[in-house]
Design a protein. Structure first.
Length: 277
């Protein structure tokens, strides 16, 4: 697949593609960076930080990588729809880069690399990443043994999180990974601010977020990063009084945070997805 076809399929803004094709990446540079990307992503990212116009360079580079990945999808018989949905993430993060910096490009390179390496797939509304838990996961009636295979669930920033669409994604995941991995996943896990129990104080029970949250049993809450602030307000400010109040959630979350509270990040598990189907 050529990059211009890829750009059309993932609905990349024309201005973004125009900016990307202006970036000169020689064949020698591409091969060198591609090898490092696959062998040592940390070193790749460190070297990338020193690139001139690194965000736009990253967009050009990842378009070429992604176009190559399409051939692997074809070899494995993965439907084009799955490819298009999965790599639409490039467009989502390109738009976010433009929002933050006024530049068409990419910043979330490690994350997007998971799609390129075929470790992450979008099936409908949700993304799924095969995992094997390293330590036992227990709590709230859940017991997952170390070494158990399952799927990590991720939520693209792409429109409403409708309950029915999420259930359809789980249904697709059951079929897709049973075919790809040879067996259905034993559990689904999600590690997100969307699973913070604090949201029950901020949102009505009928909201899409709360309905999604209730699919999972919350086994723990951690406070490693103010993810809720980043997602609700678009950035994390030291002066919390500077957060906007353009939506009901923003108003309530701001008041909650100004009281010195942290919504945290919930970790939830679904051990029997069929109860929802």
């Amino acid at each position: 697949m050529k990059t211009d076809e890829l750009a059309k399929r993932i609905l990349l803004p024309r201005e973004a593609y125009t900016a990307a094709v202006k970036v000169e990446i020689s064949r020698e540079e591409y091969v060198r960076e591609r090898e490092l990307f696959y062998q040592d992503i940390k070193s790749f990212l460190e070297r990338w930080k020193g690139k001139e116009k690194r965000y736009t360079w990253a967009l050009a580079f990842y378009l070429r990588l992604s176009a190559e990945t399409y051939d692997k999808y074809q070899e494995e018989g993965i439907p084009d729809q799955v490819f298009d949905q999965t790599f639409y993430d490039l467009t989502i993060w390109c738009r976010e880069c433009y929002r933050k910096y006024g530049v068409y490009g990419l910043e979330q390179l490690w994350w997007l690399g998971q799609s390129v390496k075929m470790k992450l797939f979008r099936l409908g509304r949700l993304q799924f990443e095969p995992i094997r838990v390293k330590e036992p996961l227990e709590g709230n009636g859940i017991r997952i043994r170390a070494g158990t295979k399952g799927l990590n669930v991720h939520i693209p920033e792409d429109g409403p999180l409708k309950y029915e669409a999420c259930i359809e994604s789980f249904r697709q995941a059951e079929l897709f990974f049973a075919d790809r991995e040879g067996d259905r996943p034993e559990f689904y896990m999600c590690d997100s601010w969307l699973l913070s129990p604090a949201l029950e104080e901020l949102l009505p029970k009928t909201s899409n977020i709360i309905r999604f949250q209730k699919l999972f049993r919350i086994v723990k809450v951690h406070y490693t990063f103010p993810q809720a602030e980043q997602r609700i307000f678009g950035e994390v400010l030291e002066d919390k009084s500077g957060y906007p109040e353009n939506t009901s959630l923003q108003k309530k979350a701001k008041a909650y945070i100004l009281e010195g509270k942290d919504p945290g990040i919930g970790v939830g598990v679904i051990d029997d997805v069929y109860r929802y189907m």
